[in-house]
Design a protein. Structure first.
Ligand code: AMP
Ligand code: ZN
Length: 436
């Protein structure tokens, strides 16, 4: 049976209704935040010592921004607002194995988070009759488990397939009658090329929808996925700091992603001046989560660049929509859905004594997947005709990179002075992928 809304009252609330809920919840979040060492200091400095200092939503601007590094510096428990026994779940951002950015959820946080992912699934027309094959990676990453819970909560049969094992993905899709999948767009395109090998043909599948997210992609990529599989693909946006999936999702009209504004306050700011921008202008998305008692995060600079789509959506929801993510205001790379900071790579390679001073990171497409190559100069002392030594060094660097990140780049060694040197600011990354 088709249902249009999961929580009709809140999904169809008018702006005044949404803002009323936002203010109430913001005040609660501020109370929780004040229980943490991190925010009590920060908020007190800003003149906020209790929720009574927040009179209106405009007072949000009194609160200082929070950035990714704040989470790293408060690792592991500096931002926890409840006793540890009340935490029922933790997650971490994809990628790094250095100091990760970790989030904690209490039982009520988890219920609220699950409710949002169920709502997201319903807004794409998903129902309990659907069979949901979740091809996002399970583990610390929110992409897998968080949407899993939402789909299960709706009553769908969930196949926790995780990513990888391509041929089996098609077999499961056929055998279990999968109707919806969740994956990164690059993975969906990649596995399409293997369908023939799997012995399963498109006609044997009941596949009709895909939720795609975790990495930037263009409208053309969506259209390609839709036409290759003969399905509808819906953009899904989230980040671990804000619970992962279920922050913003496209509805059946596929015209921008509704940000669930009863659960998040969104601001779009100029990434340089940090001043607010009017609806329609592109800037950095700043989010305040409104249902995180265990670990409140106020005014989080996502670094993702987008704009609010003016006007209302045909679906009747007044929760405003954001356009697909255009890029980032920092240098974070997303390699097949995994976050990678060039500085992490630098840190690893510069600890290898045989490595020289210059390096370059090149990101490109290899088929449908992303490929990352780390080109590094070797030190003069390493100049040798013995290719075995060079081979060993290459493997050593590769192994160190693999151990400190969840990706495995190609490594290329160059003679000293052979990599380009830029005149001004060093160019360390060449990203040849095109987003639009
Ligand atoms: P993580 O914290 O590992 O889940 O990574 C979150 C980041 O992935 C976001 O801040 C975005 O940069 C990126 N991301 C997630 N969903 C999307 C999407 N639908 N489109 C573009 N980028 C996305
Ligand atoms: Zn809509």
């Amino acid at each position: 049976m088709d249902i249009r809304y999961w929580n009709e009252e809140i999904e169809t609330a008018d702006r005044a209704g949404i803002e009323k809920v936002q203010l109430q919840k913001l005040r609660v979040q501020v109370e929780y935040a004040l229980k943490t060492p991190f925010y009590s200091e920060k908020l007190n400095k800003a003149g906020i010592s209790s929720a009574d200092d927040i009179h209106s939503l405009a007072d949000l601007r009194k609160i200082p921004f929070t950035v990714k590094n704040d989470l790293r510096e408060s690792y592991p428990y500096g931002m926890l607002a409840v006793p540890k026994e009340e935490v029922v779940r933790m997650h971490a951002s994809s990628g790094t194995t250095g100091t990760p950015t970790v989030i904690y959820l209490s039982d009520s946080d988890l219920k609220a988070c699950t409710d949002l992912t169920t709502r997201s699934v319903v807004c794409t027309g998903g129902t309990k009759e659907d069979v949901f094959q979740n091809m996002m990676t399970y583990g610390l990453f929110t992409g897998g488990i968080v949407l899993h819970y939402g789909a299960e909560n709706l009553g769908m049969m969930v196949i926790p397939a995780s990513s990888g094992n391509t041929l089996r993905q098609f077999k499961m899709m056929k055998d279990f009658g999968t109707t919806i999948v969740h994956a990164t767009p690059s993975y969906l395109l990649h596995i399409h090329g293997k369908m023939g090998e799997s012995g399963v043909s498109k006609d044997e599948l009941k596949f009709k929808k895909a939720f795609i997210g975790a990495e930037p992609h263009s409208e053309d990529i969506r259209l390609k996925i839709e036409s290759l599989y003969g399905i509808d693909a819906y953009n899904s946006y989230g980040l671990s700091e804000m619970n992962g999936p279920g922050v913003a999702f496209e509805c059946i009209h596929k015209d921008g992603m509704h940000v669930w504004e009863d659960a998040y306050i969104m601001e779009i700011v100029d990434p340089d001046t940090l001043e607010p921008l009017p609806d329609g202008e592109e800037g950095e998305l700043v989010l305040t989560i409104l249902h995180r008692n265990a670990m409140p995060i106020l005014r989080y600079r996502t670094r993702d660049l987008t704009r609010i789509i003016p006007g209302t959506c045909k679906c009747g929801r007044l929760h405003r929509r954001i356009a697909r993510i255009k890029g980032r205001s920092d240098d974070m790379l997303i390699i097949n859905g995994v976050n990678v900071f060039p500085s992490q790579i630098e840190e690893v390679i510069m600890k290898v004594p045989e490595v020289g001073t210059n390096y370059l990171i090149v990101v490109e497409k290899a088929g449908e997947l992303d490929k990352i190559t780390v080109k590094t100069e070797i030190s003069k002392a390493m100049l040798t005709d013995d290719t075995r030594d060079l081979y060993k060094l290459k493997e050593k660097i590769r192994e160190k990179l693999r151990a400190s990140m969840t990706i495995s780049p190609q490594v290329e060694l160059h003679e000293p002075g052979m990599l380009p040197v830029s005149q001004g600011k060093a160019v360390r990354v060449v990203d040849e992928r095109k987003i639009d």
